[in-house]
Design a protein around this ligand. Structure first.
Ligand code: SAM
Length: 287
C-alpha cells in the first residue's frame, strides 16, 4: 500500500479536520471532566512514538486513547497496543477509527482500577500516553509503585508537572513527585507542546517527558515504605526544618534525633535540600 492509499483507508487522526470530522460524525463533545484534549499534530504523535523507541512487536500500554490519535501512531509503528479508556462512549468510536489495525486492543475501564498485570500479561512493556491532566500524578505514582515490568514511560504532561518531575534538590519545585519519579526512573523532557496542538486547546503549556525506568532504583533502601514515609513527611511541611517536619509527619522525637545523627544530616536543614542518596540514608536510619 502506498502513502496515498493508506491515507484513504486510514486517514491520519492527528489532524484538525479529521479530528473535527470524527467528533461530528459520532456526535461527540469533548469532556473537560475526563481531561479530553485530543492531539491534532502528527509531529507530536511521531515524537512520542520515537521517544518511546517503539519497534515492531513491542508491547505498549496506552492510557486514554480518546479517538485513537496516538494509538494509530503506535499501531503504525508495529506495536502491540493495549489501550485503556474510561469514557464509555469511546470504544465504539475506536472500533471504527482504528478499523483494520489488528494490533490494537481496547480495554474499557479506569486505569487506576484495572488490573494491569492481568491485562498486560507477563514480560516487559512500554507505556505511552497523552495523560488526562486531572489525574496525572496518581496515574504516574500508581504505575511506578506497582513495580510493573515497564521499560520506558513516555507521556504528555502539563509543563509545570514535568518541571517538578525533573527538579533537583534546592529548587523550590523539588518535592515528593521529583523524588519518586527520579527514584524509579531517569526522566527527560523531550518535546515542548503548545496548546494549539490539541482540540480543545488547554490553558497550559504541555511537554512530552520520557522516563526510562531504572533496573534498580536510584538508591537501594532497606524499606521502600519507610523511604516514602520519610519523603512525604519531609515535604509535608516545607517551611519547617527537617527535624520538625519529620516529627510533624508522625515520627517520634527521639527517633528523629537519632536517625538524623546516624545519617549525619543536619536537623536544621529543610527537606527540599536533600538528595535522593541522603533520603535513602535517612530512611535506612529509621529501619
Ligand atoms: N490519546 C488521545 C490523544 O492523544 O488525543 C486522548 C488523550 S486525552 C488528553 C485523555 C484521555 O484519557 C481521554 O480519552 C479520556 O477519556 C481518558 N481518560 C480520562 N481518565 C481516564 C482514566 N482514569 N482511565 C483511562 N482513561 C482515562
Amino acid at each position: 500500500m502506498n502513502e496515498e492509499e493508506k491515507e484513504v483507508l486510514h486517514p491520519t487522526i492527528a489532524n484538525r479536520d479529521v479530528t473535527l470530522h470524527i467528533l461530528k460524525a459520532f456526535g461527540l463533545h469533548t469532556s473537560k471532566k475526563l481531561g479530553q484534549n485530543f492531539l491534532i499534530d502528527k509531529n507530536i504523535v511521531d515524537g512520542i512514538v520515537a521517544a518511546a523507541g517503539v519497534q515492531p512487536g513491542d508491547r505498549v500500554l496506552e492510557i486514554g486513547p480518546g479517538i485513537g490519535t496516538l494509538t494509530q501512531g503506535l499501531a503504525e509503528a508495529g506495536a502491540e497496543v493495549t489501550a485503556v479508556e474510561l469514557d464509555k462512549k469511546l470504544p465504539a468510536v475506536l472500533a471504527e477509527t482504528l478499523k483494520g489495525y489488528d494490533n490494537v486492543r481496547i480495554v474499557p475501564g479506569d486505569i487506576l482500577k484495572v488490573n494491569i498485570p492481568e491485562i498486560m500479561g507477563p514480560g516487559p512493556f512500554k507505556v505511552a500516553a497523552n495523560l488526562p491532566y486531572y489525574i496525572t500524578t496518581p496515574i504516574l505514582m500508581a504505575l511506578l509503585e506497582q513495580h510493573l515490568p515497564i521499560t520506558q514511560l513516555v507521556t504528555m504532561v502539563q509543563k509545570e508537572v514535568a518541571d517538578r518531575m525533573v527538579a533537583q534538590p534546592g529548587s523550590k519545585i523539588y518535592g515528593a513527585l521529583s523524588v519518586a519519579v527520579q527514584y524509579y526512573t531517569e526522566p527527560e523532557i523531550v518535546l515542548d507542546v503548545p496548546p494549539r496542538s490539541f482540540i480543545p486547546a488547554p490553558e497550559v503549556m504541555s511537554v512530552v517527558i520520557a522516563c526510562k525506568v531504572r533496573e534498580t532504583p536510584a538508591v537501594v533502601v532497606r524499606d521502600e515504605k519507610t523511604f516514602f514515609r520519610v519523603v512525604k513527611a519531609a515535604f509535608g511541611q516545607r517551611r519547617k526544618t527537617l527535624a520538625n517536619a519529620l516529627k510533624g509527619g508522625g515520627f517520634p522525637k527521639e527517633q528523629v534525633r537519632d536517625a538524623l545523627e546516624h545519617a549525619s544530616i543536619d536537623p536544621t536543614r529543610r527537606g527540599e535540600t536533600l538528595s535522593l542518596e541522603e533520603f535513602g540514608r535517612l530512611s535506612d536510619a529509621f529501619c
